[in-house]
Design a protein around this ligand. Structure first.
Ligand code: URP
Ligand code: ZN
Ligand code: ZN
Ligand code: ZN
Length: 491
């Protein structure tokens, strides 16, 4: 046969154009992209008729927690690399960038990288890479940045909160300074840990322990202040950062102000800040624990609208899941519901922070029908590939260049259905989006030319171990403003 796979009659949506095209795949790569009908007469081992449905570059989810040990002393990830990447492809995501977490007691980042490779190797359904979480920014870790780049890692995550992970401002500067030299993108969890801890104490004095007080204990000001500080520190060093999981429109306005000044400040938001509100944490019993994440869901529709607008106008570079899976009902320590003898009704501060969302990210956002389609592709795929050094291998459909990773949707959408956790392929016993009305789901997911998800014929047809580790290059989005070496004498 001329080709391994052809995809005919699709409405092909790229980040910058939409066209009626046919696609041919050979040896895992996009071989041809031609106007509809242009492959008539070509022979192929497999043919997919998209029937007018949308065909997009496979989703790239650049914020995923899998197989993490109990880093915050609050339980370990419910999903490992097998169950997490399985749910990725079932939801149209072909590449995940997960975290390789360093413990504060572990001076080396390379050791954390090796341990994470061990967990992922031969276990993945999707392609994958890692961001290093740097929680011990001592001289050893800083000296390893260059070796990380050689190992194909061009991004780090640091935290401004959580005792087990938090860096001081001077340590953040150490990280940013070396990141600038090594062309590493630093992701920053921007919440002010002191404001959060102080507020938790005030709530405890009043014996306010219910899940909904998680929102109260993470007020917008904690996010706003830390976001402004992160922008200030990165501006001082003149180095690109990405503020992760932005929930509050007021924090987003600091980001867009920085962007208007031409600073390389990037930002991420997540479905939980588009679809959940603080009311989702105020449910009978301990149900609200299911929607505990940090930063928390905010007040209501106005906040959602502000975040959608930030996606639409480019303030947000990426829409990631922040998939951070914990079991709700589990006798092991670290269960999401965290009810014990001391707190028979539970205590919000012991609830592990994070929600599952890897599988639902793309379908939720598309079903909302709120973003122009090219913008949807940009924020769910292309921009993550650009920012983290995977473009144009990933995030694009360029013949001879891009991997043949495709997400193919149902033509005209689907008959409306209600999302239930039983549909999903993660190892979590709930979804925060239970019962939500959906209009779309990926019909096919293709990874390097192989159909790995075929919703109507076998569902999950990919193989564990087919997913490959991706060595990443530097970001192709704008870097430092100045090309000169940083010098303290400038100031
Ligand atoms: O609540 C959250 N976001 N948990 C995941 C860990 C993190 O900070 O991203
Ligand atoms: Zn975070
Ligand atoms: Zn809403
Ligand atoms: Zn996260």
């Amino acid at each position: 046969a001329d080709f391994d796979l052809v995809v005919l009659n699709g409405l092909v949506v790229h980040h910058d154009k939409t066209e009626q095209s046919d696609i041919a795949v050979k040896d895992g790569k996009i071989a041809k992209l031609v106007p509809r009908g242009g492959l008539n007469g070509a022979s192929a081992t497999k043919t997919i008729d998209a029937q007018g449905g949308m065909v997009m570059p496979g989703g790239v989810d650049a914020h995923v927690h899998l197989a993490e040990p109990a880093l915050f002393g609050k339980g370990k990830s419910a999903d490992d690399y097998e169950t997490g990447t399985r749910s990725a492809i079932a939801g149209g995501t072909t590449t995940v960038i997960t975290f390789a977490p360093q413990r504060k007691s572990e001076p080396s980042l390379l050791a954390a990288l090796e341990a994470t490779h061990e967990r992922a190797r031969d276990n993945c359904y999707s392609d994958y890479s890692f961001h290093l979480i740097c929680s011990n920014a001592g001289p050893k870790a800083i000296s390893e940045f260059e070796a990380l780049r050689e190992a194909g890692i061009s991004s780090l995550k640091i935290y401004m909160t959580y005792e087990a992970l938090q860096l001081k401002d001077s340590e953040i500067l150490d990280v940013l300074f070396e990141a600038r030299k090594q062309k590493i993108v630093t992701m920053i969890h921007a919440e002010n840990g002191a404001i959060i801890d102080w507020t938790i104490k005030k709530l405890e004095e009043k014996k306010l322990f219910a899940p909904k007080y998680h929102v109260t204990s993470h007020p917008p000001v904690a996010e706003i202040e830390a976001t402004y500080r992160a922008i200030s520190l990165s501006g001082f060093i003149d180095v690109p950062i990405l503020i992760v999981h932005v929930s509050s429109p007021a924090a987003a306005s600091h980001i867009s102000d920085a962007q208007k000044k031409g600073l390389p400040v990037y930002a991420e938001t997540c479905p939980q800040y588009l679809f959940l509100t603080r009311k989702d944490l105020d449910k009978p019993g301990f149900e609200g624990a299911k929607c505990v994440c940090s930063p928390p869901p905010r007040e209501g529709e106005q906040d959602h609208e502000g975040i959608w607008q930030g996606l639409e106008n480019g303030t947000f570079t990426v829409l990631s899941s922040d998939h951070c899976p914990f079991l709700y009902d589990n006798t092991e320590i670290g269960k999401k519901a965290c009810i014990d003898d001391e707190y028979p009704n539970g205590h919000f501060k012991y609830i592990p922070n994070g929600c599952p969302g890897l599988e639902t990210r793309m379908a939720l956002a598309l079903s909302a029908n709120r973003l122009p389609l090219q913008k949807f592709v940009e924020v769910t795929s292309t921009n993550a590939a650009k920012l983290y050094g995977l473009y144009p291998q990933k995030g694009a459909l360029i013949p001879g260049v891009s991997d043949a990773d495709l997400t193919i949707w149902y033509p005209e959408g689907m008959k409306e259905f209600e999302l239930t956790n039983s549909m999903l392929h993660h190892n979590v016993d709930y979804t925060p989006y239970e019962g939500r009305t959906m209009k779309q789901w990926p019909r096919y997911t293709v990874l390097r030319g192989q159909v790995v998800w075929d919703k109507d014929n076998g569902g999950l047809v990919g193989k564990k171990g087919y997913g490959q580790f991706l060595k990443r290059d530097v970001s192709s989005l704008a870097g430092p403003v100045s090309e000169e070496e940083w010098s303290v004498e400038k100031f």
